[in-house]
Design a protein around this ligand. Structure first.
Ligand code: IVH
Length: 706
């Protein structure tokens, strides 16, 4: 670490006490990010260094060992203790708005998508965004049968026993409820309860928490439900999953129905018909924020009419019909102690600011991203400077500016390294952008030879949205990467672990941190992932620009691993037809295709992929609605559509399992043309592709209209 900390043997008693307090909070926060959020923000090495420093100080000043000392805490992966629950309706996240104009744009976008005439009313609700953890509660015949955390949105953890101890959550519903009802909402803790609990925890020598949200999360994820019961948790209902018979047709009325079943609902929810009304309510909520007694981090706006919500649908994991308007980020000033370089999966070198720990909005911040060398230059920041740090929501804190008046005489300029910090010391290059200009990102040229990149690739491969192997997180990947008996250097190696272990003399179960049970569990978890969905397979490869959404599009577009793999190899070989076909997929453009070409153009990547493919079996991609009359078809909408916007038409086609393409090619099955259609219509005629009008489209999909 570059951090310039006072050597332990030079610390005064007072400084040591202060630092132990800071380290306890900092390590607890990293534990939380790692275990509870699965989203660590520092490397394992940096984390270990923190623990080592904590221990060294404790050894020198044993009388200062704190009740909440990290060396005492049991820690551990709480998440492995709960059964998994697959959400029947995914639990989504929300897109963010940060300014008034973002909110106006949001409303405008919706009106355009729905093609609402200027004088048509559009009702939108506004309510506080509760800073807790979301939970899905399933009731069958009015009885609470399952409570699950959000998890990754598809699969959460079964916390039923714990949820039952929360007084706000009814075990039995009142009134006239549907037979199956999944109520969703936020579990939270009041600020007062948080402070009282933390005091008690510290007095009893137990783990303390950083803010009410972590405390609520930590309390829900207790294996012993009596511990949860001792924590004062609350709940607000604001959404739903599966419902056998909808009790209402608006957002407002749904929430009202929840209230009638016995759930607490937020009293600040209101309906408006224009963006200015929403913004006025946002300001009112912002003003009352400090006196609410619980943490909120913004205001959520939702289209009130559920039929319109249905039409609007989703983009990726967020609904088009809702947005979270976040409160401005919180700021603080502190000292920049040093700058470290991190190497990401794509080889990008990112400078990370090591800060004198400072509390920003209730969380101790020790690192901030500096993005790239240009950012350091733009800020004009030097090591030793006093800087302003901003933290917004869960994102990595950022440095906003430098207080030049406070620059010390010994401030040092930072020199960006010209070689990768890995042991290979490979040279760093700046990629040219599309415009041919030198890009800002510096990359290590070592690719898979660079251990940082390899490890980052492997981490990505096992991450939650990729292969998601239980018990094989970042720490374990690092362990296997460096292990001499059972090395894992490429994804395929994961799937040969058990076999190799059986052949080895030194067994995994005898290694520190494993044992027979966890080794067996790990092998089972790996076996479970030997069969994998096509989209996870594609995403897991870690091709640049191929995120989750793109991987899904590719999976749906190609249907099978063989089809995708063949296409990727063909593109890498310069096959224009293959490139054109990929280009015809919605939202797939040059950058993605080039990245795929580069990836499969590299011999060691091809070998890695082949080795992996030989180990796993990839399930063909799910068609969205395989029984619809247009499932699997590639459709192009062109010309002016009268009953729906182009975006809505595309979204509708996708929902029905079709692909909506932007241009007509030999792959196109159907063209839906409105008045004024031009070149696409001509091309369709040339290629002999079926062309229908909007009315015929609705007829074909068996609907009257939108
Ligand atoms: S609605 C489909 N309403 O925010 C939309 N979410 O950033 C479902 N949250 O995961 C969410 N307060 O945990 C909604 N009043 C509110 C909320 C809220 C807090 C959380 C929720 C969600 C996250 C998305």
């Amino acid at each position: 670490m570059t951090r310039t900390a006072t050597p332990v043997d030079q610390l005064t008693h007072e400084e040591a006490a202060e630092e132990l307090a800071r380290l306890a909070a900092e390590i607890a926060e990293h534990d939380r990010r790692y275990h509870t959020e699965d989203a660590p923000t520092i490397s394992d090495a940096a984390y270990d260094a923190l623990r080592r420093r904590n221990l060294a100080i404790e050894q020198r000043f044993p009388e200062l060992i704190r009740a909440d000392s990290p060396s005492r805490a049991v820690g551990g992966a709480v998440s492995e203790k709960f059964e998994k629950v697959r959400h029947r309706v995914p639990m989504l996240s929300l897109d963010n708005a940060f300014s008034d104009d973002d909110v106006r744009d949001f409303v405008e976008r919706i009106r355009r998508f729905l093609r609402l005439p200027a004088d048509a009313e559009l009702g939108i609700t506004a309510e506080p965004k509760i800073d807790g953890l979301s939970m899905s509660l399933r009731y069958e015949d009015g009885r609470l049968v399952k409570a699950a955390t959000r998890g990754d949105g598809q699969t959460g953890e079964d916390v039923t026993a714990n949820a039952k101890t929360i007084a706000d959550i009814p075990n039995v519903l009142s009134g006239d409820f549907p037979a199956v009802l999944e109520v969703r909402g936020e579990v939270y803790m009041t600020q007062q309860a948080f402070l009282a609990l933390n005091e008690r925890q510290a007095a009893e020598g137990k783990q303390t928490y950083v803010n009410p949200r972590n405390t609520a999360a930590g309390s829900i994820r207790q294996l012993d439900a009596s511990v949860t019961a001792s924590r004062p948790l609350h709940f607000f209902a604001y959404a739903w999953g599966e419902v056998s018979a909808m009790p209402a047709d608006t957002q407002m009325a749904m929430v009202e129905a929840f209230r009638s079943y016995g759930f607490p609902v937020n009293p600040l929810m209101q309906r408006f018909t224009d963006p200015e009304g929403l913004l006025a309510h946002y300001r009112l909520i912002e003003e009352t924020r400090a006196s609410l007694g619980y943490d909120i981090d913004g205001v959520v706006y939702k289209v009130d009419d559920l039929a319109l919500q249905e039409r609007l649908g989703f983009v990726s994991r967020s609904p088009r019909w809702a947005i979270a308007h976040k409160f401005p980020a919180e700021k603080a000033t502190t000292i920049l102690n040093g700058i470290d370089i991190q190497v990401g999966r794509t080889g990008a070198l990112t400078p990370v600011a090591r800060l004198q720990p400072v509390t920003v909005g209730g969380v101790v911040v020790t690192n901030a991203t500096l993005h790239n060398a240009e950012e350091i230059e733009r800020l004009g920041v030097m090591i030793g400077d006093t800087v302003t740090v901003q933290r917004a929501g869960d994102v990595i804190p950022q440095i906003l500016g430098v207080d030049l008046a406070k620059r010390p005489d010994d401030a040092r300029a930072f020199e960006f390294p010209s070689v990768c910090p890995c042991e290979l010391k490979t040279p760093v290059v700046r990629e040219a952008t599309a415009a041919g200009v030198e890009g800002v990102v510096r990359r290590c040229t070592g690719e898979f030879a660079c251990p940082f990149q390899r490890i980052e690739h492997l981490r990505h491969f096992v991450s939650r949205r990729a292969f998601d192997i239980e018990g094989l997180g970042e720490k374990q990947i690092e362990f296997f990467f460096n292990d001499e008996d059972l090395p894992v250097k490429s994804p395929a190696d994961i799937f040969t672990l058990e076999k190799r272990d059986a052949e080895n003399l030194r067994k995994l179960k005898d290694k520190e941190g494993f044992g027979a049970v966890s080794a067996a569990k790990l092998f089972t978890a790996i076996e479970e992932r030997r069969t994998i969905s096509l989209e996870r397979m594609i995403y897991g490869l870690g091709i640049r620009h191929v995120g989750e959404t793109t991987a899904r599009t590719l999976a749906r577009g190609y249907g099978s691993w063989t089809a995708f793999h063949d296409a990727a190899l063909a593109i890498a070989n310069g096959d224009d037809q293959a490139r054109e076909e990929m280009d015809a997929l919605e939202d797939i453009g040059g950058a993605v295709i080039d990245a795929i070409a580069r990836y499969f153009g590299e011999a060691h990547n091809r070998a890695l992929v082949e080795k992996l493919a030989a180990q796993v079996s990839v399930i063909d991609a799910e068609q969205v609605a395989s029984d619809s009359p247009v499932a699997g078809k590639t459709i192009v909408f062109t010309g002016a559509l009268e009953r729906m916007s182009r975006d809505e038409a595309k979204a509708m086609a996708e929902k029905l399992g079709a692909k909506a393409a932007g241009s007509v090619s030999s792959k196109t099955d159907l063209v839906v043309a409105g008045p004024g259609a031009g070149s696409k219509l001509k091309k369709a005629a040339e290629l002999g592709i079926e062309v229908i009008d909007e009315a015929a489209w609705f007829e074909r999909i068996g609907r009257q209209g939108v």
